[in-house]
Design a protein around this ligand. Structure first.
Ligand code: PEP
Length: 249
């Protein structure tokens, strides 16, 4: 019912030359992927990635977007600028932005609204820290992050939004949430969306990915879980063969 979606998050990796090499290697390897395939690249690589993937099954995303249309925001990038490049998706609220760059639930919401208003599809990241999990706060944190991110978002926009559940303790650490933990936690997010909108929309419209050290070895087990609709992939998206194995799970 929900089409699986697997997105690479390149983070601050790959020059234009490296992008050319990686995308060229990736195209034939992922052509029969079981999921919708997205690569989210640094701003400087977007034009190259869009150009190379034209006519293929790979869509391109950015890693952030500013909430204002334009103006005095030195160093920022607007939704119009991304759209002009041919970008389809945009990651919003990644835990690294929350941890290092002052991203809050409110700025996440502002970015989501700006992206949707222009026709970009947000991949909204939520997830608890290890301290929050050990302190029994998983539900509280996820309900808060989800509720704030979706504030003032209309129900008919839901089909254009992807949520990525990324436990912070599993990102780049090699530690993966077990498939059961990932599934149960994603259910908390879906139940929150059902309360905010309707059970039908939460069930049918919103795709929720798991992210956190997903790789060719654990992807099958994770993707077999009923609540997991895909993955947001960091480290394993930087190697064409690994990423192709993940999207072909
Ligand atoms: C991420 O950065 O979104 C991520 C999931 O990274 P990794 O796969 O490397 O844990």
């Amino acid at each position: 019912m929900r089409t699986p979606i697997i997105a690479g998050n390149w983070k601050m990796n790959n020059t234009i030359a490296a992008t050319k090499a990686l995308v060229t290697e990736l195209i034939p390897l992922v052509k029969d992927a079981k999921a919708e395939v997205v690569i989210c690249t640094p701003y400087t690589d977007l034009a190259t990635a869009v150009e190379l993937t034209k006519g293929t099954n790979i869509k391109v995303g950015a890693e952030n977007v500013h909430w204002a249309e334009k103006g005095a925001f030195t160093g920022e990038i607007s939704a119009d600028m991304l759209l002009e490049l041919g970008v389809t998706y945009v990651i919003i609220g990644h835990s690294e932005r929350r941890q290092y760059f002052g991203e809050t639930d409110q700025t996440v919401n502002a970015r989501v609204k700006a992206a949707l208003a222009k026709g970009l599809k947000p991949i909204i990241c939520v997830g608890e820290t290890l301290e929050e999990r050990e302190g029994g706060k998983v539900e509280e944190v996820l309900v808060r992050q989800t509720t704030e991110a979706f504030k003032d978002i209309a129900e008919d926009a839901l089909e254009n939004i992807v949520v990525a559940y990324e436990p912070v303790w599993a990102i780049g650490t090699g530690k993966t949430a077990t498939a059961e933990v990932a599934n149960d936690t994603i259910k908390i997010i879906r139940d929150t969306l059902a309360r905010l909108y309707s059970a039908k929309s939460a069930e049918e419209k919103v795709r929720i990915q798991y992210g956190g050290s997903m790789n060719p070895k654990n992807v099958k087990e994770l993707m077999a879980m009923p609540e997991i609709d895909g993955g947001l992939i960091g480290g394993a998206s930087l190697k064409a063969v690994d990423f192709s194995l993940v999207v072909s799970y």
